[in-house]
Design a protein around this ligand. Structure first.
Ligand SMILES: Cc1cc2nc3c(=O)[nH]c(=O)nc-3n(C[C@H](O)[C@H](O)[C@H](O)COP(=O)(O)OP(=O)(O)OC[C@H]3O[C@@H](n4cnc5c(N)ncnc54)[C@H](O)[C@@H]3O)c2cc1C
Length: 488
């Protein structure tokens, strides 16, 4: 009923829409029901409300004007990049204005000497490295979604990727941010100096999931392309041998650029998709990359080979050239998409456990999935203990969603019980908001909420994400209620 009225244009906030049109241009303020429905979802299974309006600013000034209009009308707003978030981070709650940043997509400047680029938030992650390739520079954080996700979204979720093992996640690569604060004012957080004065508000903003304002310009660190790269594929007849290799290599004093693991289900489904020569009878494969000066890379390859063989690696394959390397990586990076060969839907989890407890938690993941009658595929950043159990299912099967969510919650709690944390890289969003109390005390949560309130006293920026409600600590502001059936 509500939806039908909205579809006919009844009940839309016409005064707000007029202000947004004046702040941008009429063709970039969208109220069409289909568009509102599309921008009501991200890549997760989370369902919230439809946005009241979707706006596409093209300059930071327009972003600020849009935010000011939202303030005048007391209307929440949600920043959105490409919508590839996997925790419902950009899923609207409370019928907000969705502010899409994808048209702010310019690389503004590149200082090759200082290895710094200023970019707009809608620049796609991989496009930045393509832009700087001729200079022998690249942007190191490489989420598997890097062909489509935005740098703004990466900043807001503090994204990781395979090569973050050696180089650190997004936070280590963001030097400064120009932001529109939730009241519509402009501020710069951080700076290009090695040690900017004052509190590290840049660090506070990175990973804040759109709740402290909207980044409109981002200064990122660029890395020199390594002179030598070696990519190895090791395969094992049991998962624990692969996991022990990961621990032993790092304990041996070597942190490779990347250490990614795939279990038997993942290898089978990926190989059928990319034909990279992954051994489909293996219990696990380990993809390891070393980079640096040639002598160092050779020593690293020798150490990894020897450690893998000591742990029972059946074969150790060294990519002969860039073509083979790209093919091996294509398998890893396309793994989530390849799961469509198993089932039409998947639910991807993201927890971190101490590396030494990887095998124990993986065994628990297999047990939980089997008990709920679900297929699980494991593709994960083994080097930093970041698990990605992926439950494959067909949502048309009656009752399957209850199993998927029950299994998912058990997997998260098993990771916490092993000394892990709720998320390695996808963030909290709506998905894990109500699990925050398992990791943080009431005092911790209240401290986080007070910080948020300093930026956003009226609670307009991406409301009702990350911090659970009710907290019991008395001073959390009311949250928008997650609608019943907030999952598909
Ligand atoms: C197949 C697949 C693979 C993935 N692999 C990885 C991976 O390896 N590593 C990883 O970390 N993630 C991964 N992700 C998750 C996702 O791609 C990342 O979280 C990414 O950073 C989201 O970027 P986005 O542009 O899509 O942001 P969105 O999903 O649009 O938004 C994400 C959050 O950022 C906020 N936001 C967006 N732009 C801004 C801005 N300018 N200012 C302030 N807040 C903003 C939004 O409000 C929201 O809270 C994967 C997703 C998919 C679908």
């Amino acid at each position: 009923m509500k939806r039908a009225a909205k579809a006919a244009g009844v009940g839309l906030p016409s005064a707000l829409i007029a202000d947004l049109r004046a702040a941008t241009s009429p063709d970039r303020v969208r109220v069409d029901p289909l568009e509102r429905a599309i921008y009501g979802r991200d890549a997760s299974l989370c369902v919230g409300d439809e946005p009241a309006v979707v706006v596409f600013p093209v300059t930071p000034e327009e972003v600020a004007e849009v935010v000011r209009a939202c303030n005048r009308h007391g209307r929440p707003f949600v920043a959105r990049g490409s919508g590839t978030g996997l925790a419902g981070n950009a899923v609207p709650l409370g019928e907000p204005v969705v502010i899409v940043t994808t048209k702010l997509n310019k690389v503004l400047s590149v200082d090759a000497g200082e290895r710094v680029a200023w970019v707009q938030p809608g620049v796609l992650n991989l496009d930045l490295s393509r832009h700087t390739a001729a200079l022998g520079l690249h942007y190191a954080p490489d989420p598997s979604s890097q062909q489509v996700c935005t740098i703004g979204g990466n900043v807001a979720t503090n994204s990781g990727g395979p090569h973050c093992l050696a180089y650190g996640v997004t936070n280590a690569h963001v030097l400064a941010l120009k932001v529109v604060l939730p009241d519509g004012s402009l501020a710069q957080l951080g700076g290009l100096d090695p040690e900017p004065a004052g509190y590290d508000l840049r660090g506070v903003f990175v990973g804040s999931e759109g709740m402290l304002g909207i980044a409109t310009e981002i200064a990122v660190r660029l890395m020199p392309d390594p002179p030598e790269v070696a990519t190895l594929l090791l395969d094992f007849m049991d998962v624990s041998a692969g996991a022990s290799t990961v621990s032993d290599v790092i304990a041996g004093g070597l942190v490779p650029a990347a250490m990614e693991m795939m279990d038997a289900n993942a290898v089978k489904v990926v190989e059928a998709f990319v034909h990279a020569g992954y051994p489909t009878d293996a219990a696990a494969v380990l993809l390891v990359e070393c980079e640096g000066l040639p002598a160092g890379v050779k020593a690293s390859v020798d150490l990894i080979t020897e450690t893998g063989q000591r742990n029972g690696a059946r074969t150790v394959r060294l990519a002969a050239d860039d073509v083979e390397r790209d093919l091996l990586w294509k398998g890893r990076k396309a793994a989530f998409g390849a799961v469509a060969r198993l089932a039409p839907d998947y639910y991807l989890h993201d927890t971190v456990v101490p590396r030494t407890r990887l095998v124990e938690v993986l065994e628990k993941v297999y047990e939980i999935s089997a008990r709920h009658n679900l297929t699980v595929v494991n593709v994960f950043h083994a080097g930093d203990g970041n698990l990605h159990p992926l439950l494959a299912f067909d949502s048309r099967t009656e009752g399957v969603m209850d199993s998927v969510h029950a299994a998912g919650e058990e997997i998260v709690l098993a990771s916490l019980a092993a000394g892990g944390v709720l998320s390695g890289e996808h963030g909290i969003g709506i998905e894990k908001r109500d699990l925050m109390g398992h990791l943080f005390s009431q005092a911790d949560l209240a401290a986080q909420d007070r910080l948020r309130a300093c930026f956003d006293p009226d609670g307009l920026a991406n409301p009702s994400k990350v911090l659970p409600s009710p907290s019991g600590c008395g001073d959390l502001r009311p949250q928008v209620k997650v609608p019943a059936g907030a999952w598909v």
